[in-house]
Every structure is written in C-alpha cells, then in structure tokens.
Design a binder for this molecule. Structure first.
Ligand SMILES: [Zn+2]
Length: 285
C-alpha cells in the first residue's frame, strides 16, 4: 500500500486546499498521512468560542473529525504555536511560534515522520505560502528542506492558480462584488500569491469527493464562526451547490522535485494526469 504524506500549517488548511485529494486517495486504497505543524490557536473565531474553551483543544477535536471523514490513516501534530497572520501572535509560556523555528530543526522532524510512515509522495506548500501567511511560507521552506534529505519521494506543493484568484480580488476591490470582510485586500500581496497557472503540474478532479470536502470544511466549525463578518470557510459553505462544485471541484499542485524514477508511475496514478495549461485570454493581467 502506497503512502502520501500531506504537511499542513493550521487545522482547516487541509480542508480548504487538499481535502478532496485526500478523500480520493484514501478511497482508492492509498494510505493518507497528515502532519499538522501548529495548533491553530491564533486563528480568528467568535468570542463565544474563545472565551469559554481552550481554542487549541477545540481545533484539535475539529481536526480529528476532519481526518475521520477524509479517511486519514495516521495523524501527527508537531505542536508549534500558530504565528498569526502578522507573525507576532502572543504565545503561551514556553511555546515557540512555528515561523520562528529554525528550518533544519523542523526538516529533521519531518524526515523522521516520512521515514516512519514510509512516505512515497510528499505534499507541502507553494513558494508564496499561498496568500503569504508566515506559517504557510515556513511549511514551504521546511518541507523543501526535508525533501532534500528524503529525495526518493516526489514533492508536490498544494496551491491555487494565481490568475483567477487575482481576478476575484480585483472584482472585490472595485466594489462590483460586495464582500465587506475582504474589502481591504491588498492587491500587491495577491499579485504574488499562490502560483501562476503556467507552473501548475497537476489539477486533481475532486468533484466526486465534494461531499467529503464539505464535511471536512464543516468539521472546522470554530473557523466558520466569527464576530467580524463572513470568514472564507463559512462563505464557501454557503455557496449554492453548483457554485461550490465549480469553485472547489479541482485541487492544484506544483511539482517541486521528481523523486526517484520508480515513483513516477505512482505519482501519475495518485495525482494524474499531468496538467498542461492552455494560454487563456482571461489570464492576461
Ligand atoms: Zn493556514
């Protein structure tokens, strides 16, 4: 049985970026392993939840439920503190922010898990760290470093195509599409966010697994609750079914390293076929 290891920054990132792929792989007989770097305790939530309960515990229970619906075989928590969007989140005594942790230290931890789980394929994050959260950039850096110490497994990086994301941000900023919570989006960040379509290597069709993806998103209830208007997660869950299918029906990967030749066939079976981007007029920005 072949094993695919996904490394994520915060509980709910797996739901947003790779849950359809995880459900598809476990359904097709792969072992799916999840490594979670932080407890997600700096994530926003409504005061109702954060005042009454330890947010880290709530998010761990939610993640356990998400793993259950996605068929995850093994789950590892590295236990670092969530660095927060500005990299300065206050941390409880003794805890270390993930973004402040030396790359080599995390890479060594990752490699020992890859070895323990006999990872055949490894999945990290793109160079931009998605929209640039310091913990996401740290996942990119540390998984790349770990992959160099564990070169047999091909390395994929979960991402989204930059051009359509940028189009959405422009629409919101122009006021033609009112999403008050997102009105302050900084155009410069999004011009460099995620990955240009030309560098995408796999587009996994997860439309048959959207029920599992929805259940995984729903498991992260604390992230759907917020005092300050709609959050990404609750906005996605409210989309009408056909729009949900269109927006979340595919998951995207950049291939960062080839792994050994013997695993190429496995990679194509797991994530294939390879994506060949067509040049689209709509992508010219
Ligand atoms: Zn995150």
């Amino acid at each position: 049985m072949s094993t695919v290891v996904f490394v994520h920054a915060h509980p709910d990132d797996e739901a947003l970026l790779t849950s359809g792929t995880m459900a598809r792989l476990s359904d097709r007989g792969y072992r799916v392993v999840l490594i979670m770097a932080t407890d997600g305790a700096a994530g926003l939530t409504s005061h109702e939840i954060s005042d009454d309960q330890d947010l880290a515990q709530v998010r761990k229970a939610e993640l356990t439920q998400s793993c259950r619906v996605l068929g995850v075989s093994a789950f590892h928590q590295l236990g670092y503190a969530d660095s927060g969007l500005d990299g300065q989140a206050p941390v409880p005594g003794g805890a270390i922010r993930f973004a402040d942790t030396p790359t080599e230290l995390v890479a060594d931890q990752l490699v020992s898990i890859f070895e323990h789980e006999a990872a055949d394929i490894v999945v990290g994050y793109d160079a931009a760290g998605g929209y640039g959260h310091p913990d996401h950039i740290q996942i990119h850096r540390t998984v790349r470093a770990a992959a160099q110490l564990y070169p047999s497994a091909p390395l994929l990086e979960a991402t989204l195509p930059r051009e359509p994301m940028l189009k959405i941000v422009r629409l919101i900023r122009s006021g033609r599409w009112a999403v008050p919570a997102l009105a302050g989006l900084d155009l410069e960040t999004w011009q460099n966010a995620f990955t240009p379509r030309a560098k995408l290597n796999f587009r996994v069709d997860v439309r048959p697994y959207l029920a599992a993806k929805r259940a995984s998103l729903q498991a992260h209830a604390s992230q759907a609750a917020a005092d300050d208007g709609p959050r990404t997660l609750s906005a996605l869950l409210k989309l009408p079914k056909p729009v949900f299918r269109r927006v979340l029906g595919h998951e995207w990967y950049h291939q960062a390293s080839p792994g050994d030749g013997a695993r190429t066939g496995l990679l194509i079976d797991a994530f294939g076929p390879r994506y060949r981007p067509r040049r689209r007029r709509a992508d010219k920005t």
